[in-house]
Design a protein around this ligand. Structure first.
Ligand code: ZN
Length: 308
């Protein structure tokens, strides 16, 4: 069965300056590696719809949305913070990035003809809190998709795995203590955004990892701490907040994962959820800034998701 591959041309038009690592070239690098690997023939391409204002308001405040619309520049950039900037196309890209997740949810749950979807979208989302854009993120794409799945399809349990090198503070902010969501995550700590706090909300399994920790160690901790929780939770749908900036070649962080580690992690989660989620998994791009390792890691992750 083909894996759905959802993207949109608008995601190329959002850019935050030629110096910025979160660049449109990231999507080109992924596409190039999909072509070179031959994996493209196992993918079913789809153009993302635009999320609606109501879709976004499931997880964000009206004030957040109004602030972004009021400050969208007609030319040049508007700085939300020194790292997070809007150009005239940013919100169009953000609505389509969020819409990709909604399309994936519908394809897996309504039509039932697909089991796996990868959303090659930007801007990323996992740092966007209910009321704040930050860390290159404007709308929390994974949270918007998960909230839609919970509401529209009356799901009772969804799992979010966040393997970006940075803590998904926005997703945690949105779903803390929501018993319908289990979020499992490892991230470099101490590190941006500095949001890891004790005690943790009950539905969050956070694994702070010191800089230069070996990949084997990271995966062992994930297996020990997350897999039993995931097995007990019995998720009906699996989401990956798929950031690849924990790769050894990515200078954004100081962890050392390789493509094989992303594949192993993906398989571990898929096997644990095989019966409860029926293989249904939606992965959405978050970080990953070294272009070569980003493309290679996405290929390894999609192969593991799809079993090809
Ligand atoms: Zn990141």
């Amino acid at each position: 069965m083909e894996t759905l591959y959802i993207t949109h041309p608008a995601c190329h038009l959002h850019e935050m300056g030629t110096w910025h690592p979160e660049s449109p070239h990231r999507l080109d690098a992924i596409n190039d590696q999909l072509l070179a690997s031959g994996l493209e023939s196992y993918l079913h391409p789809q153009q993302a719809r635009s999320a609606t204002r109501d879709d976004v308001l499931r997880v964000h405040t009206p004030e957040h949305l109004n602030y972004l619309h009021a400050n969208l520049p007609q030319q040049g950039h508007f700085s939300v913070d020194p790292d997070t900037l809007m150009n005239p196309y940013t919100l169009d890209a953000a609505y389509h990035a969020a819409g990709a997740g909604l399309d994936a949810v519908d394809a897996l749950l309504q039509e039932g003809e697909r089991r796996q979807a990868f959303c090659a979208v930007r801007p990323p989302g996992h740092h966007a809190t209910r009321d704040r854009a930050m860390g290159f993120c404007f709308f929390n794409n994974i949270a918007i998709a998960a909230a839609y799945a919970l509401e529209k399809y009356a799901l009772k349990r969804v799992l979010i795995i966040d393997f970006d090198v940075h803590h998904g503070n926005g997703t945690e902010d949105i779903f803390a203590d929501d018993e319908r969501v289990l979020m499992c995550s490892f991230f470099q700590h101490p590190f941006f955004p500095g949001s890891y706090q004790q005690p943790q909300p009950k539905n969050m399994v956070n694994i702070p990892v010191e800089a230069y920790c070996k990949a084997d160690h990271v995966l062992e901790r994930f297996e020990t701490l997350c897999i039993p929780r995931i097995a007990a939770f019995q998720p009906e749908l699996v989401f990956f907040s798929a950031g690849f900036d924990a790769h050894s070649e990515d200078d954004m962080g100081q962890l050392s994962l390789l493509e094989a580690d992303y594949a192993a992690l993906t398989r571990m989660v898929m096997q644990t959820c095989a019966s409860s989620a029926h293989g249904r998994v939606i992965s959405m791009l978050e970080g990953g800034y070294d272009l070569s390792s980003l493309g290679r890691s996405v290929v390894a992750h999609i192969r593991a998701m799809s079993g090809v």
